[in-house]
Design a protein around this ligand. Structure first.
Ligand code: PRT
Ligand code: ZN
Length: 292
């Protein structure tokens, strides 16, 4: 595969897997227009100087390290396991999971330090070995590509080290978690040389500002309500994420309308507490994009 030439920025995205849908949704969410049906190897953006490269997620760290792509969207676990030299630019807030150790439910093991001498099957052997070294744990690591969860039942392992998100796979295989190595989520990574190159950096910066805008907006809500003026301090206590609200007097004496962006989710119980504090006609709206 050719390495970077010309000025188009290139971003590597998983071609078919857990990350694909959310990665493409995020890129479309920042206004990029491109074809993703069939997920051919390449797709050009119609309205940004960017090319998408669809590949297996395991290849993304190396491709970004080697400059085949400037950027990549990939699980932090895959980057750590690869050992590739790439820069983490942004956490993307999806594909959350934990790299965990688990043992059969009936096992006596209750903590990772009791796994000395054990056989541990792992989908992330390099990460596990590094962690064991730090924890001064000596165990036998057996590499496996997938389906680590069936190894204890086949008596080829005493424990497993694998990604866990809901915990259903562990439960269905009569396994019990005994410790976490670290947490992971999808991240945006960059080729270090691309971050040093003037024109590439400018394009990356524009993309990252937009990404942050969409990611911040996902955490925000826009709230409007009416309240007696003297209730405002109490309402601000209920919504500590509210920064400099707009307060407008209403025709009714002593009543104001309040508009503000809040950084936390406004659940029903928060709205009920605002109402108790004197708020009325409370509207909570989603925020689509933010540029600070
Ligand atoms: O390379 P290939 O495309 O063949 O497959 P892949 O397994 O490498 O990729 P994919 O699409 O399955 O996962 C891509 C990324 O999603 C991973 O690298 C993680 O960053 C992230 N992710 C988030 C997960 C999970 N959650 C997850 N639960 N990846 C895998 N799992 C597996 C886990 O290995 C176990 O088998 O799901 C099972 C456990 O899930 P729960 O929900 O039952 O706990
Ligand atoms: Zn993979």
């Amino acid at each position: 595969m050719q390495t970077l030439e010309g000025n188009s920025l290139r971003i590597a995205v998983q071609n078919d897997g857990r990350l694909t849908g959310s990665s493409l949704e995020l890129l479309k969410g920042i206004g990029l227009e491109f074809e993703d049906h069939e997920r051919r190897l390449f797709s050009r953006c119609r309205n940004f100087d960017l090319e998408l490269l669809f590949i297996r997620d395991d290849d993304i760290p190396e491709y970004v390290q080697d400059g085949v792509a400037d950027l990549g969207i990939v699980g932090r676990n895959v980057v750590r396991e690869s050992g590739a030299e790439v820069e983490e630019v942004e956490e993307l807030g999806f594909a959350y999971c934990t790299l965990s150790l688990a043992v059969p439910r009936e096992s006596d093991v209750t903590a990772p330090r009791q796994l000395g001498g054990a056989r541990i099957v792992s989908t992330h052997p390099r990460s596990l070995r590094r962690w064991m070294e730090r924890e001064d744990l000596d165990a036998q690591v057996i590499e496996i590509r997938g389906a680590a969860e069936i190894a204890p039942a086949l008596d080829v392992a005493d424990a497993i080290c694998d990604l866990v998100s809901t915990g259903t796979t562990l439960r269905m295989n009569d396994l019990r978690p005994v410790g976490d190595l670290w947490e992971s989520q999808a991240i945006l990574v960059a080729n270090p040389a691309s971050l040093q190159s003037r024109d590439r950096y400018d394009l990356i910066e524009r993309l990252v500002v937009r990404l942050r805008g969409v990611l911040t907006a996902r955490r925000m809500k826009y709230i409007t309500l009416n309240a007696p003026e003297e209730a405002l301090p109490r309402i601000q206590d209920i919504l500590p994420g509210m920064k400099s609200p707009t307060v407008v007097p209403l025709a009714e004496e002593g009543m104001v309308a309040l508009h503000a962006a809040v950084t936390e989710d406004v659940f029903w119980d928060v709205m009920e507490r605002i109402k108790e504090a004197g708020g009325s006609e409370i509207l909570v709206l989603p925020v689509e994009k933010v540029m600070l």
